[in-house]
Design a protein around this ligand. Sequence first.
Ligand code: DON
Length: 606
Amino acid sequence: MRHTILSLALILIHLHGPGLAQEIQPLAAPLRLPPRQPVDLAQGSAGVVASASPLASAIGCDCLADGGNAVDAAIAVGFALAVTWPEAGNLGGGGFMLVAPAGSEEPSADRIVRCIDYRETAPSAATEDSFVNWTDRRHPRMAGTPGTVRGFESAHRRYGSMPWKRLIEPSIRLAREGFLVDRYLAYSLNSVLSDPLIRDHDRYAEFRRVYQHPSHSLWRPGDRLLQPDLAKTLETIAENGADGFYTGRVADAIDRQMRSDDGLISRQDLHDYQPVVRTAIERSVLGYQVFGAPPPSSGGLTVGLQLKMIESLGLQPQADVPWTVDHLHLMSEVMRRAFRQRAAFLGDPDFSTLQLDGFSDQAAARLAAEIDHRHATPSGELAGDIALTDGPYESEQTTHYSVIDATGMAVSNTTTLEQSFGSLSVVAGCGFLLNNEMGDFNWRPGYTNTEGAIGTSANLVAPGKRMLSSMSPTIVKQDGKVRLIVGSPGGRTIINSVCETIVQTLLFDRSLADAVDAPRFHHQWFPDAIYLEGFDPQAYSGMIGPLQSRGHVVIQTPGRRQGAVNAIEVDLDSGIATAVADWRRGGAARAVRSKPVANPTASRAR
Ligand code: DON
């Protein structure tokens, strides 16, 4: 009943179209992740947005409604997320923005799908050995030189149509006047603030000053979060462009913090930072053109290799269930092989010539043909010339949003601070967090272990180099028109969450809502195990035993959620786009002049 009321409330909000009206949030226990709900849906032909935050999605739609294009809206959403979703939305991080310009079906230079690579770089003081014995991931030393603000500026210069300031003003207002915290943000803030390390350590005093509840209690839905320092930083960026971040007062503050906290980023590193505009990876698969982020993201190549292998295995859908034992077996075999290739070959292409033959269509066919349809291949057998060690596991927040405008221009953007709230280092007086992205390099040269550490050469640390990413912003075209925009957070699981969503929609012909709702699973070569989502005990019922008898180690952690796919699909006949936001981390879909839309996932939520 509560969900029916909530869904009705959401439909009413959609009917009223975008805006900054605050949504009514039912009270929930502030330290528990909100329960499963229907995915959030919005539909229209005048532009749609799906992101992790209702306010950010509304800001994107307002921008489209005011005549902005998809890139304008994506930049506005990105700045808004830095205010409303601080665990991953950022100024002090980086990411990859895939842009598919609108246009005729004729291929031409101005229709090339490009990737704005605004990945962080290693500071000039970082060397191959800087982190060999380093264990503290939540340290300012783990921050790479941030790329987000220059990246957004570069996207705006190339594609933007609205004044830069217009894209930032709504976020300045949200930061200065505050906004009402929802259940997901309350959970996110409470989780980090209740960590004893954050509560008690001097190093996190600025973090506490900025994010702690004014009365030092837990955050509750409906409380107001004010960020006056962040408002000033955003104003400086609105006035001075990216120079307002990379030079002057903000750069000085970063530099001072790095000196006092044993960090590596210098004023020169900030001054020198440049995003790179790259051509997207393009792959013909399953009758579609799949575009993905190129190295230094592993996303485009690895998702593409997996899809090619799946195509050659001829997977068929089965009515009524998202996945069968055969699907899980075969896709896990695909994943383990693709992640082995990722570990062996990928890194920053501007620092070494990457050997990419292992991702070709021929390689995909060969790797797929080696798969035993009845038995798991132990991951160790695939190591080849990668020396393996047995050793302890080193574990590793990111956010993805999708935008399409009325002309069909599409943006798929994934951005991150690496872990939730990055290095936990808030730049004093500036109100934003620095990333801890250096952890995405291979820390220990030569040390690849059975628990997931990778030590291969292409992704070792070097000054100015970009660390390998799993971020997989993806755009799929059919007959030259945008059909699907997809991406997710989740570290290495991103690649598999994106692949599974594409298989569900394009190969199994399910609605995007069902595809996003479907349970997810993950295999990453090492650890040699299939990780099943655990929020729904029924989802894999009767499947674990048969998978074990095929030789798989299967791990299902109760409550585990994989990723948060905020995606868009377009009906090419009607031109209507449907935005779908994942319930797993509280995403929100919004449309310019929305139409009501039936939600096939409503009955599944508990
Ligand atoms: O670039 C990457 O692959 C990682 N830094 C992303 C981290 C991430 O997705 C964590 N979030 N859930």
